[in-house]
Write a protein that binds this ligand. Structure first.
Ligand code: FES
Ligand SMILES: [Fe+2]
Length: 366
């Protein structure tokens, strides 16, 4: 049988500042970027999100509408908020000369200046397109954003296939944040293959038997799902947990693991009891901030004695193993002697990602 071999991306595509600049323009700022989960943004508050080097404020006004805008004061250009922990109290005051903005971005106060000095109506914060889908808040920094539905159709088919899980009704119970010294694409590629699983994830292959074969999905299951050991319902050290199954799932989904990528910067893992959202915030060609959010049904979180630690601890263990090898790859592909690596038949999802990435970038070769 003829072997299937494709080259990986090139050293430049993993390491070069010029390629990263093009990614910022074409992908992270040119398309739709997963920014946060809506339930982590309280009414009357705002969060600061880094979209590949552009600081964006996302606010929920008192009427429950979500807005996004540049984190830049219209007066003399000061950054408005440095972090999520600055207080807002329903409005945003610039720390420099105290210009104050409503959470919908309107300029509402300019101390020591009056209407003849400043036309407030013309000085709202620079707005950014925002779209909420199933509790995921996406932003687009493009001057003329593509329709969100069109972007989703092209880049989010796997996530669309999880619509029946009712992700919009789940809540984040635990959030973790990790600085990974690797290119964001190395993290995606690692997520999409399991030739490393037996070697890198001894605990994971115990609960996902098919991963011992090197496949990252079950070739015997046309629905794309993966069966957990003993028909377990959770990513945990035993493959199961005592937490209740997500509302509305049938028996098959309750005992199935499914993973979905949402190009470019997030992926979602669902089991019977929880959904884990991983969002990448690229900081440069060789540095990615990874935020992981553990979501459960609100009734599960509200119940006495709710304890998600067996799921969180297990997933963080697997993630740390992954990030370790991703950083190792980053160090390797930085070598001047590296040309390209090799992708084989069991890397078919990675091959698909490489092709999708290059199509989106408008480059057929690295
Ligand atoms: S720069 Fe913001 S109020 Fe002056
Ligand atoms: Fe892995």
């Amino acid at each position: 049988m003829a072997s299937v071999q494709h080259p990986t991306l090139t050293s430049a595509e993993y390491c070069s500042p010029e390629v990263y600049e093009r990614e910022r323009r074409v992908i992270f700022h040119g398309g739709w970027f997963m920014a946060l989960r809506a339930d982590t943004l309280a009414k009357g508050n705002r969060r600061v999100i880094d979209v590949a080097g552009e600081s964006i404020l996302i606010a929920r006004d008192l009427d429950d509408r979500i807005h996004a805008y540049a984190n830049v004061c219209r007066h003399r250009g000061a950054r408005l908020c440095e972090s999520d922990s600055d207080s807002t109290q329903g409005s945003l005051m610039c720390p420099y000369h105290a210009w104050t903005y409503a959470l919908d971005g309107r300029l509402i106060a300019t101390p020591h200046l009056d209407a003849t000095d400043v036309d407030k109506d013309a000085m709202s914060l620079w707005s950014v397109a925002v779209h909420v889908w199933e509790g995921f808040v996406f932003v687009s920094l493009a001057k003329e954003p593509v329709l969100f539905a069109d972007w989703m159709e092209l880049h989010g088919q796997e996530l669309l296939a999880l619509e029946r899980y009712g992700l919009g009704g789940l809540q984040v119970a635990v959030t973790t944040r990790t600085e990974v010294r690797a290119n964001w694409k190395i993290i995606v590629e690692n997520y999409q293959e399991c030739l490393h699983c037996t070697r890198v994830h001894p605990e994971l292959v115990e609960i996902v038997p098919v991963y011992r074969t090197g496949w990252v999905y079950d070739p015997e299951r046309p629905d794309g799902g993966v069966t957990l050991k003993d028909h377990g319902n959770s990513f945990s050290i035993t493959g199961t947990s005592s937490l209740p199954v997500l509302p509305g799932l049938d028996d098959l989904d309750a005992t199935t693991y499914r993973g979905a990528t949402m190009f470019p910067n997030s992926f979602v893992d669902v089991t019977g009891t929880s959904a884990i959202v991983t969002t990448m915030y690229p900081q440069g060609p060789d540095h990615t901030t990874v935020v992981t959010e553990y979501m459960f049904a609100p009734s599960t979180i509200a119940a006495d004695g709710f304890d998600p630690s067996e799921i969180v601890d297990f997933s963080e263990l697997v993630a740390a193993q992954d990030f370790g090898v991703c950083e190792r790859v980053q160090r390797g592909v930085s070598s001047s002697l590296f040309t390209t690596g090799v992708l084989t038949a069991k890397d078919d999802l990675v091959i698909g990602f490489v092709e999708h990435y290059r199509r989106t970038m408008g480059t057929t070769e690295g």
